[in-house]
Design a protein around this ligand. Structure first.
Ligand code: FUB
Ligand code: ZN
Length: 662
């Protein structure tokens, strides 16, 4: 019963880019006719990267062509994520030609499906005797989950019944095969749970929700099962799916409800918590919600970069330890930031707390869209916070850190994940809860909801994040409420309280609203008759320092304006960005700029460049002051727009307060 249409100066461009460039481009890549060079995501002999072959794999499984499977064990999921993005795109922008291609893809998938519902081209084509026998690494259920997500979206938008039939047949195959007394295991990579919960909502079939819960409940005790499968695997090549075997890599070391810290593979962790929070929202399961809250706290307060990036190490694409946030070797996979948005959305369904929307917004304006170039055809897998091409090229531990976005990646999980997020962005702006509509994101949009049995309309007009004025119009009955999020960045410590009222004004029909924020939202009571609600705050460039426990960021600061993280690039500031510094009381100037990076907001200020001078020693006595200082003009651009002007240095963090020390 909800319909949200985005009409926004910032996001409509991104959505149009995905629709007009990225979706057709991805389709060509999936069909191996894009005429591009695919790069490895990092130097690793074993990773397939010559071609995608994803559609061809399905054609071979369908018996339409002959050949061998090529690609990752989860190559099918690239097609499913593409299909999901197409579904959302068609919703906003009907396109019979694209729909025909997507319908034909559904036909192909249906033909590739086995009689009993099984569907996973890697196993079907390479080792059919290993169906469900290599669950630690095979990604069968992972791919199933992505297919269920695609199928429910495509069915909802286009009414295509076949896609839902294929999904139900596959899910019923899982129901028949998994559970107590059947296969008592799950997938090494979470995702099927998210898909099953969507399938449950789409069909009303509770067996899908039950299976999703089974797959999560068994995680904490599944390691012996994975190990036994490995021992019995006649084609065993590696054990990468289960890491070093202690279960941490795949969140299987302890019961999911007992987890206290986020560890292991970052995408797996946040897909798990997305599903747990979804299940908690559906069923009210308090244990699931409590675990999610603990993990949320750990991730967002101790393991997240300022860009929203998560995963501190390339080794296992994983979390490491609290406050371990290195700047030059971090991982910050695009998928992990996309996953954070999914998780935040589910947390908002469970609890009306603005901190979830704050993180969602941080991810959206920074760690997610930095994954795509402004042409919609080049992508980052890893989103670094600092790059110096000279310092990565000889370090085998930094091959994942790339200074420019490749045309495509051998492991292509990230680009289509971003596409499905951006095309479904309308689902994140508002959260509808009983009689209340939460306004989570400030995005120009028109929406229609059913609230407490009657229709409600809500429209937002804004130039955010360039400007901090949001005009909202609501019509709706007296039983309903609208909760407006007060962004955490308006409070000095990030925690919204009654004191934060000094940082904004909120008026309704010209009258000031004095109500205190409640867990970060200010609630307005209906009836609403279309009177204008104006929410206004100043967006100022602000320097942010990290918690002192974070060693890599000591003495450094990052610049943000509202939700947007800024960075310095060599193209604007010359080489040797590590020699630059600002003072804590620097005055910053913000301006809009139209140029090669599109219409962006740039920030300028006076800063300092410190060079060794005549003393070129690697170490010197601090009191010797043997270096030269020059005042320089500094220019920051939004982090999301970096690496669009060729190879060069970039840094999010800059030294600060350094001059006072001298
Ligand atoms: O394993 C499937 C996907 O590939 C993961 O989610 C990504 O992190 C990448 O490893
Ligand atoms: Zn990815």
């Amino acid at each position: 019963m909800e319909k949200v249409e985005i009409k926004d100066g910032f996001w409509s461009n991104y959505r149009e880019l995905v629709r007009s460039e990225m979706i057709p481009y991805q389709w060509n890549v999936l069909n191996d006719r894009a005429g591009i060079t695919i790069e490895k995501e990092r130097t690793d002999g074993g990773s397939p990267s010559e071609k995608s072959h994803a559609i061809e794999n399905l054609k071979i499984a369908a018996g339409r062509t002959k050949g061998e499977h090529y690609g990752w064990i989860f190559q099918d999921s690239d097609v499913y994520k593409w299909l999901e993005a197409v579904a959302y795109s068609l919703q906003e922008h009907p396109d019979p030609e694209l729909q025909k291609i997507a319908d034909e893809t559904v036909d192909l998938i249906a033909e590739a499906q086995d009689e009993d519902g099984y569907l996973h081209t890697y196993i079907q084509l390479r080792c059919p005797d290993l169906k469900f026998k290599r669950l630690g690494e095979a990604h069968e259920l992972y791919c199933a989950g992505h297919f269920f997500e695609a199928a429910t979206a495509y069915h909802a938008v286009t009414g295509n019944e076949k896609v839902l039939e294929v999904a139900k047949k596959w899910a019923d195959c899982l129901v028949r095969n998994f559970g107590p007394g059947k296969i008592e295991g799950t997938d090494g990579h979470e995702e099927v749970e998210i898909g099953l919960l969507k399938l449950y909502r789409s069909t009303g079939e509770k067996r899908y929700l039950d299976l999703a819960k089974y797959f999560m409940d068994i995680r904490g005790s599944v390691m012996p099962f994975f190990k036994k499968q490995l021992e019995e695997d006649p084609h065993r090549e590696s054990a990468w799916g289960i890491g070093n075997g202690d279960g941490r890599y795949l969140q299987a070391d302890v019961d999911v409800t007992k987890q206290t810290v986020a560890r292991g593979h970052a995408v797996r962790q946040v897909y798990l918590t997305t599903a747990m929070a979804d299940l908690a929202a559906e069923t009210g399961d308090q244990e699931y919600l409590d675990a999610c809250k603990r993990l949320w706290e750990d991730v967002t307060k101790r393991q997240m970069y300022i860009t929203g990036g998560i995963g501190s190490t390339a080794n296992g694409e994983a979390f490491t330890s609290d406050y371990d946030l290195p700047l030059g070797t971090m991982y910050c996979e695009t998928c992990a930031s996309v996953g954070m948005v999914f998780w935040a959305r589910q947390m908002l369904r469970c609890e009306s707390r603005s901190e979830y929307a704050d993180v969602m917004e941080r991810e959206l304006y920074n760690g997610t869209i930095s994954g795509m170039a402004l042409d919609g055809k080049h992508f980052f897998y890893v989103n670094p916070l600092s790059v110096d091409p000279r310092k990565i090229k000889n370090d085998p531990l930094k091959t994942h850190v790339k200074p420019v976005r490749p045309s495509w990646l051998g492991c292509a999980c990230c680009p289509p994940n971003l596409a499905r997020l951006l095309t479904s962005l309308d689902q994140y702006i508002y959260t509808l809860k009983d009689d209340t509509i939460l306004v989570n994101l400030f995005i120009g949009s028109e929406a229609e909801f059913e609230v407490s049995g009657s229709r409600a309309f809500i429209a937002q007009e804004t130039e955010y994040p360039h400007d901090g004025t949001i005009r909202i119009k609501v019509t709706g009955s007296d039983g309903m409420k609208v909760g407006i999020r007060i962004p955490g960045f308006l409070a000095d410590d990030g925690v919204v309280s009654s004191a934060t009222k000094a940082a904004y004004t909120l008026t309704r029909g010209g009258q000031k609203v004095e109500t205190d924020p409640e867990k970060g939202y200010v609630y307005l009571q209906g009836p609403f008759t279309g009177e204008e609600i104006i929410f206004r705050f100043e967006l100022k460039p602000e320097l942010y320092a990290a918690n002192p426990f974070v060693e890599s960021m000591a003495g450094k600061a990052a610049l943000m304006r509202g939700p947007v993280v800024y960075c310095l690039e060599e193209a604007d500031n010359g080489k040797d960005l590590e020699t630059l510094a600002v003072s804590a009381d620097t005055e910053f100037t913000y301006a809009r700029e139209q140029g090669t990076l599109g219409n962006i907001g740039v920030i300028t200020a006076k800063g300092m460049r410190k060079k060794p001078g005549e003393n070129t020693a690697l170490y010197r006595k601090i009191r010797s002051r043997a270096y030269s200082k020059t005042e320089v003009d500094l220019k920051w651009i939004p982090y999301y727009a970096w690496a669009n002007r060729g190879e060069g240095e970039m840094t999010v963090f800059i030294k600060y307060d350094d001059f006072q020390l001298e």
